[in-house]
Design a binder for this molecule. Structure first.
Ligand SMILES: O=C(O)CCC(=O)C(=O)O
Ligand SMILES: [Fe+2]
Length: 328
């Protein structure tokens, strides 16, 4: 990447109000510019070694480069956190995948699947994550993206960190009702076929667009109801926690943009028409921390996904609550 490219990404993020994420890109670009400026000043000084202005500029530029290099050291230190390291490696596709995995046809979840089974690929066993192939047609993906485009909004997900807020996600998103039209109703039926879960009280679809540099930091999709404050809890309580997540990929991504599970080393590359599914909760209803996941930054291209978070309400007979010992 040229320094102009790096600057363009920083500028784009800053314009989208993602200042915290813009800073390292802009620092990188600036450092590169200063290094080039220093080389120019040095060659100028070869011709005019006693030019005061050039000498002053050279020592100023050297100092600035030093400051930026010290800033970089802070970044390197952050990478020592083992989970951030695992996240970074997974984004680069450098973690070892699980073994003893299978591909199979799902004939069973609903009667419809006996006629038209779905193609399933196991991504990993702990947590159990599966990839459904060819569950959306190209036309459906395009229609969903078009539907979202009319009212995409910059969407901030924040996390309190000490006295400050940390931005978790840099994307644009739009909520879409499952009853919007025939196509969204059809996709709702398909989610029922894929998961076997009851969708009557699940959330709206969220369609998300990640631009260059767009990403979603490590997070869990469940709320952990025992740790949540009372006012928020009462609204969540009605529908229960997020028992499962279905993540549809609506577009291919040229480079970057993988979904990763750093605790388990899974890296899933987006492919239009496929969908990822996993349970966020153990069978006793407690959150499963191994489902920690993230979306890696998009490097080239643009990434579109649609998320469906399925709630506990209504799953009583489909996925009954079991003691943890029954689970394995
Ligand atoms: O875009 C992705 O790959 C992950 C999205 C996600 O984790 C979410 O929306 O909760
Ligand atoms: Fe998520």
């Amino acid at each position: 990447m040229s320094s102009a490219d790096i600057f363009a990404i920083g500028h784009y993020l800053a314009k989208g109000k993602a200042e915290a994420e813009a800073v390292p890109w802009l620092q990188e670009a600036t450092q590169d510019y200063y290094t080039k400026a220093l080389a120019l000043l040095e060659s100028g000084l070869k011709y005019e070694p006693y030019n005061d202005d050039l000498q002053r500029l050279r020592s100023k530029t050297k100092k600035l480069i030093e400051i930026y290099q010290n800033n970089t050291l802070v970044e390197v230190k952050k990478l020592e956190d083992p989970m951030i390291k695992a996240f970074t490696l997974a984004c680069r596709g450098l973690t070892e995948g699980s073994t003893r995995l299978h591909c199979f046809y799902n004939f069973n979840n609903t009667q419809f699947l006996r006629l038209a089974p779905l193609k399933v690929e196991e991504v990993g066993l702990h947590p159990y994550v599966v990839l459904y192939h060819d569950v959306l047609t190209r036309m459906e993906s395009e229609e969903l993206m078009e539907l979202a485009l009319s009212r995409l909004k910059v969407s901030g997900v924040f996390q309190v960190q000490g006295l400050a807020f940390k931005r978790m996600r840099t994307v644009k998103a739009r909520w879409v009702r499952k009853e919007t039209n025939d196509m969204t109703r059809r996709i709702t039926r398909r989610i029922r076929d894929m998961t076997g879960l009851d969708l009557t009280s699940s959330e709206m679809f969220q369609i998300i667009n990640y631009g260059i540099g767009g990403h979603y930091n490590m997070h869990k999709d469940y709320f952990n109801l025992t740790n949540i404050n009372y006012t928020k809890k009462s609204t969540i309580d009605k529908l229960g926690d997020r028992i499962g997540t279905v993540l549809f990929y609506l577009s291919d991504v040229e480079q970057g943009g993988a979904t990763v599970f750093p605790k388990s080393g899974y890296t899933i590359y987006p492919r239009a028409g496929t969908a990822l599914f996993w349970y966020n909760l153990h069978t006793d209803g407690m959150g499963d921390p191994s489902t920690l996941h993230a979306a890696c930054p998009v490097i080239v291209g643009s990434k579109w996904v649609m998320t469906e978070w399925i709630r506990e309400l209504g799953q009583l007979f489909v996925k009954p609550c079991l003691k943890p010992s029954f689970e394995q």
